[in-house]
Design a protein around this ligand. Structure first.
Ligand code: GDP
Ligand code: IMO
Ligand code: MG
Length: 429
């Protein structure tokens, strides 16, 4: 048996969805442990493209159990729409999808609070996905959150809603928001209706997943966002509000650290970031636009153009450390085809000083100038290659250089968006 965490090692959108889908074949369970529908995980099977936001990317395989853990925040209306959309495409979604009773609900006022607080930040705005993620986690930590399980107890739900709306009313006015929320009764009615439709999925998922692990079956933990967006280990405050690094698995699913076997870090062959915040290796010249177009680097959730840059070893070393990464998967190698040279950032210069470690201070990170090693590119196509030895020799050298710089082995290399376009060097299960 094995349990494997699939974690983004950069600022999200590394290609986690594709890898989770591929690895699900040998897994019994796929579980999300944090985040919400801010995530957008793309899976391409043949000519069909699926973008999963809340439902784990394992759902496309029949007979596998998918779990949305307690560490996530859930907009139940969105989840219902996602389930219905999958069913329309012929995907079975019944009791093969379980939703934790302890996950927190995203309420309509969370979106309104987020919008108002982003507006107040002016040029310092985070550039969130606008889905109410941050305010939902604020309520969780403030102990005023409403949980999925409350949907099953109408009176408890009503009381919490009424209490929160009194506070929200004051807060929204203070933030200068002009959003008019529906009445308490209307919100109550809509949530009860939605809760009823989701009720067959609601479970004590911590009990279910631990039983499965104890039976010796294979489990994948699907991270959303990436380590550099983690609320503790990312480029704070330009982060999301959850523990997207591997540690989130323990709290976000109720799985003890002794039960985690492997951590596969997903690393795009270059770097992207969507939203604001420091990005030392961002390519501001036209090449950045060329990579964006070639890589289709537009947000899977918001459609926003992603900022593109070179691979950043400094931040990746940090990711490897804080996640305990045991192997990496390099994705989108094919997007670098045809480049004469490829740059790899091996240290930063901050205010004239050489910095080898990812700075904790945002001002220092903002001042970071990348120090690059320049490598030869390759003119051949790597698209769809399924064996390491068939890669152009410069592409092989690029992969080997990454391994050497990071001191971690590359276990998989993705060479295209479709499921089968993948080199497996070491099996995860
Ligand atoms: P996630 O959030 O980490 O699951 O990543 P996204 O789905 O947001 O973004 C990754 C994008 O790259 C998607 O459009 C994928 O279909 C695509 N993709 C994943 N792996 C590869 C690859 O190896 N090559 C190419 N060309 N596209 C890929
Ligand atoms: P996946 O799982 C890339 C970014 C937002 C913003 C910041 C905070 O597809 O990799 P939030 O709405 O979470 O409060 O926004 O985090 N962000 C992502 N960037 N991929 C994601 O998810 C992201 N989810 C959030 O753009 O900068
Ligand atoms: Mg994504």
């Amino acid at each position: 048996m094995s349990t494997v965490v699939i974690v983004g090692a950069q600022w999200g959108d590394e290609g986690k969805g594709k890898l989770v889908d591929f690895l699900t074949e040998k897994a019994d369970v796929v579980a999300r442990y944090q985040g919400g529908h801010n995530a957008g995980h793309t899976v391409v099977i043949g000519n069909e493209k699926f973008i999963l936001h809340l439902v784990p990317s394992g759902i496309l395989h029949r007979g596998k159990l998918c779990i949305i853990g307690n560490g996530t925040v859930v907009d139940p209306f969105y989840l219902l729409r996602e389930i219905l959309g999958l069913r329309e495409k012929g995907i079975e979604v019944k009791r093969n999808l379980l939703l934790s009773k302890s996950a927190h609900l995203i309420m309509p006022y969370h979106m309104a609070i987020e919008e108002a607080s982003e507006n107040l930040k002016g040029s310092k705005k985070i550039g969130t996905t606008g889905r109410g993620i941050g305010p939902a986690y604020v309520d969780k930590m403030a102990r005023t959150g409403i949980r999925v399980g409350d949907l099953l107890y109408p009176e408890v739900f009503r009381e919490k809603l009424q209490r929160n709306l009194r506070y929200v009313d004051i807060l929204l006015k203070a933030l200068g928001s002009s959003t008019e929320l529906s009445s308490s009764e209307e919100i109550y009615r809509q949530f009860m209706e939605c809760g009823e439709l989701l009720s067959s999925h609601i479970e004590d998922t911590d009990i279910v997943i631990n039983k499965i692990i104890d039976e010796g079956r294979n489990v994948l933990f699907e991270g959303a966002q990436g380590t550099l967006l983690d609320v503790d280990h990312g480029s704070y405050p330009y982060v999301t509000s959850s523990s997207s690094s591997a540690g989130g698995v323990c709290t976000g699913l109720g799985v003890g650290p002794t039960k985690i076997n492997k951590v596969l870090g997903v690393v795009k062959a270059y770097t992207t970031r969507v939203g604001s915040g420091p990005f030392p290796t961002e390519i501001k010249e036209p090449l950045g636009d060329i990579i964006r177009e070639k890589g289709g680097e537009y947000g899977a959730t918001t459609g926003r153009p992603r900022r593109c840059g070179w691979l950043d070893i400094v931040s990746l070393r940090h990711s490897i450390r804080v996640n305990g990464i045991t192997g990496i998967a390099i994705t989108k190698l094919d997007i670098l085809d045809g480049l004469e040279t490829i740059k790899v950032c091996t240290s930063y210069k901050c205010n004239g000083r050489v910095v080898e470690e990812f700075p904790k201070e945002i001002a220092l990170l903002e001042s970071a100038e990348p120090v690059y090693e320049i490598m030869s590119g390759w003119s051949e196509s790597t698209a769809g290659i399924r064996e390491f030895k068939t890669l152009p020799s410069s592409a092989q050298k690029y992969i080997k250089a990454i391994e050497k710089l990071l001191k971690v082995n590359v276990h998989m290399i993705s060479t295209g968006k479709e499921r089968e376009k993948l080199i497996t060097i070491k099996e995860q299960f």
